[in-house]
Structures are given as C-alpha cells and as structure tokens.
Design a protein around this ligand. Structure first.
Ligand code: HEM
Length: 462
C-alpha cells in the first residue's frame, strides 16, 4: 500500500496532472485532492504535494533556502541566461542574491524616491478611475499598468515606463500581460522533440504560440544600458555599487535580471490587487470596505502606510485568499531522502506546497472558515495564533528563495488601496460574470479567467 494518499492513477502515471497543467486547472485540481485526501497527496509517481506549515518549513526553509529547484525553472530563462529566480542550486543562488538583495530591503523601499514615485502612480490610477464617472472601469488592465510603472520605477528611474498615460508604454505592458503561451511552453518543456515537430502547427492552426515579447525585450535591453539612474534603483546597484566581493556582471546578465524582475512584478501585484478589489466590491464585503474607509480617512494622508493596521489586515487577507502565485513551487527532495511532515520521502522525488491550499485549508483551526474573506482574523490580538497564521502564510513563499520583491509589492498594494478607498466605494461592474474572476493557471502564477475586471467607483463625500 502506498503510504502517501492520493488517487490510484497518480501511482501509475503523470498524465492526469499534466492534463490539468495543459488545461490551466492544476491548482484547483490539486486543491480538490487536498480536500479529499488531506494535506499530503501524491499527484504523480514521482511527485508529492503538501499543504502544511511543517512541510513549508522543511521544503522551503531547511538550511536557509530549502531544497534545490527542479528543471521546471528552465522554462523561465531570460535571454537564455539563468537569473536569481532560475538558478537551481543553493550556493549559486546565494551569490546572486547577495548582489541584488539590498535594493529590495524595506529600508530602501520606504525611502522618498521609491515611495514618492509609487504614490504619484497611485494618484494617476485614481484619476483614471475618477474619469470613468458612472461607467465601470476595467481594472485588470490598469492595475497591470500601475504595477508595470511601479516596478520599472524601482528598476530604472528616471527611465521608468509610464503605461498608465503613455500608449506606447502601454503596448509593452499589454504584450507581457496578454500572454497565451502556456501550452506551447509546457510542450517544449516535457517533450522538446515533439515541440520541434509540432511548433509551427501549434502556432498556425491552434493559435498556441510560444512566448514572444519583442517590445518588452528591447525596452529592457535598451534601458538596462542606461548608467545615469537614481541611487535607489536596482540598475544603479548593478552598474555602480556591486559588492566588492562580486565580479562585474556581463551586461546581458544585468538585463536578464531586470527583465525577470519586471515580469515578476507585473502580473503578481496587478492580479493580487485585482482579486482583492473585486472581493472588497462584493456586497458581502461592504462592511470591510466601510471600516477601511474610516481608518484611511481618519488617519489622513500623512500617516505612513505601514502604520495602518486595518489596511494591513485587508492586504494580508487578500493575499491569503487570492495569492498571486497560488501554484506549487517544485523542489527536489535531497539525495538520501527526508521526512517531510511525518512522511518518508525518497531522494529525487519532486515535492512542493501550493499557497492556495496552504492558506485555504483549515490547518488545525489556524484559518477558521478559510473560504471566507475576513480581515478581522489578522487582528484578533492572539500572539500565539498570529505566529501560527504567519507560518501558514505562503503567498510570498518562505525562506531564502521567497519573494525578494515582497516589500515593494506590499508598498504598491497599500498605496493604491489608500488612494482608492480614501476617495471611493467600489462596486462590481454589471457586465461581469462569475467565470470572469475564476482562477486560470499560467506557469506559476494565475489570473482571472476572463482577463477583465469591471468595477464601478462611487465618490465618497469629502
Ligand atoms: C503580490 C505580489 C507578489 C507575489 C504574491 C509574489 C510571490 C512570489 C513567490 C511565491 C516567489 C517564489 C517563487 C518560486 O519559488 O518559484 C517569488 C519570487 C520572486 N519574486 Fe515575487 N511576488 C510578488 C511581487 C514581486 C515583485 C514586485 C517583484 C520585483 C520587483 C518580485 C520579484 C521576485 C523575484 C526576483 C523572485 C525570485 C526570488 C529568488 O529566487 O530568490 N516579486 N515571488
């Protein structure tokens, strides 16, 4: 008997899980298996998925940065180079991270240059919503534009993009946002030979195109060559203050890192905000919207965003229920095998956790009523429970390979929500269907299936 629970077919073949990858339903399929079999599930002969704090700690945090990544990450190479995100081994990763990490420290993000820039972009976002008048505004697109403008501010200022107002920059953002290369890329990963044989057929007959982003590629290649940039930017670090122990990086590696971080910062922050604003706009969430508006309006605009407790609870709850990277993050169980959450797992097995399930299973009472949006759960004042909740908070992953852009993303989310809910009540657009906001998987992130999110803005009285 297989000591790991799961459906019978998972012991025999990986075809079923691959079918769900190709149909963009892997996350919800795995979640349904967790609901049926519990927090440990075999999904393929050589692959096991976990959904517990103990497994998160072992897989992602043991020895600092957890187990090594699998070749799955080859799918994300940029200009054919490995970036911090795609480096598989720990030592190599630690070296690259030493070069990049300081610009993502909270102290750098909270500095005037970054925060003022983010606030300016949040104001621009608000003005666009305001101009919508009584008409619903498609937030899916402008939230991506906002995230694009903010992340390029942090990477390249003063050469950042301005896609909220400039149609040329908007084209670059749309190219990255409306990606439909999932099936083509999966095929190239699982069967390079079949991919070579079928590539033109896939593109021309089935419209399953490879990922092609020529505008974004050349925007980054050109911009990353600029040396006259603000000291808070990542590019300044790469051109002018690499740590003395690090050799200079070839220009193509600098550009690859920048493109990678740019891509990592658009859909994630954009979609996290999109799902959250959509949830807040539902009639059942109006009481939470009211509380948020009260906190923001009574604090006034000079209170730093990180001091706003209810805003923090709303953001945490949004990222808990709708993590922008809800999917499992695959790692190899190290040679010799390990015991993960009480289960003996042989070396070489692909193991992972997915944020969607870690944060939506009951977890022994850590998240009661896990499918309910309830910001108050983060404010219950129970320190022990709070520690437990944070051990189960996996939206940014955990350990040394967790999200380096976390502080930037949180600052962007909070500044934008402050602009919106200090000024408006948001309501769902009437033309939206339930299907529009269902989750559709991409490679690691997922997005609203309809790729639109129509929201109405009602001005609050001043
Ligand atoms: C709400 C927004 C965001 C979420 C939920 C998020 C989530 C994550 C997660 C779960 C990982 C781990 C991925 C893995 O192990 O495969 C990750 C890694 C990463 N994220 Fe984010 N992210 C967000 C925003 C950003 C932003 C704004 C940036 C950059 C400007 C960024 C840059 C990165 C990079 C470079 C990595 C790779 C880190 C490494 O391997 O050491 N992310 N992110």
């Amino acid at each position: 008997r297989d000591p790991i629970p799961g459906p019978l077919h998972a012991r025999l073949t990986s075809l079923v899980i691959k079918y769900h990858e190709f149909t963009a339903t892997r996350t919800s399929y795995i979640h349904s298996l967790h609901l049926r079999y519990g927090p440990v599930v075999r999904v393929a002969p050589n692959e096991v998925v976990f959904a517990s704090a103990a497994a998160v700690k072992e897989i992602y945090c043991s020895n600092g940065s957890g187990y090594d990544k699998t070749e799955w990450y080859d799918l994300f190479k940029v200009y054919d180079r490995r970036t911090m995100f795609t480096i598989l081994g720990k030592q190599e990763h630690a070296k690259r991270k030493r070069v990049l990490a300081d610009r993502y420290a909270n102290s750098n993000i909270m500095k005037g240059g970054v925060m003022d820039g983010i606030k300016g972009r949040a104001r621009r976002f608000r003005e666009i919503c305001e101009r919508g008048g009584r008409e619903a505004v498609d937030l899916y697109i402008i939230l991506h534009a906002y995230a694009f403008d903010c992340v390029t501010l942090h990477l390249f200022h003063p050469h950042s993009a301005n896609s909220l107002t400039d149609p040329k920059d908007s084209e670059v953002m749309l190219e990255v946002t409306f990606d439909s290369s999932l099936q083509n890329r999966l095929l190239s990963h699982y069967s390079p030979l079949l991919h070579r044989l079928l590539n033109s057929l896939l593109s021309s007959l089935l419209n399953l195109k490879p990922r092609e982003t020529p505008l974004a590629d050349s925007f980054v290649l050109n911009t990353a060559a600029e040396t006259n940039v603000s000291p808070f930017t990542l590019l300044h670090r790469l051109h002018h203050d690499l740590p003395s122990s690090s050799p200079d990086m070839p220009q193509i590696d600098k550009a690859a890192e920048c493109l990678d971080h740019m891509a990592a910062g658009i859909d994630t922050t954009g979609d996290a905000l999109c799902f959250l604003i959509w949830e807040l706009s539902q009639p059942s969430s109006l009481p939470y919207q009211r509380k948020l508006q009260e906190e923001l309006r009574s604090a006034g605009e000079n209170t730093p965003v990180e001091k706003l407790e209810y805003l923090d609870a709303v953001v945490m709850e949004g990222l808990r229920m709708f993590p922008a990277i809800p999917m499992s993050l695959p790692r190899y169980c190290p040679p010799g095998g390990r015991v993960i959450d009480g289960h003996e797992i042989p070396g070489g097995t692909i193991v992972s956790c997915q944020a969607y399930s870690v944060q939506r299973l009951e977890q022994g009472g850590v998240f009661e009523e896990p499918d309910r949006f309830l910001p108050e759960r983060w404010l219950d004042g129970d320190e022990e429970k709070d520690r437990e909740r944070r051990r189960c908070f996996f939206a940014f992953s955990q350990g040394g390979r967790g999200c380096i852009g976390k502080h930037l993303a949180l600052a962007e989310m909070k500044c934008l929500l402050r602009e919106v809910y200090s000024n408006f009540t948001t309501l769902p657009g009437l033309k939206m269907t339930e299907k529009d906001m269902e989750m559709a998987d991409l490679l690691v992130s997922s997005r609203p299936a309809g790729q639109r999110c129509l929201v109405r803005f009602e001005k609050l009285e001043s």
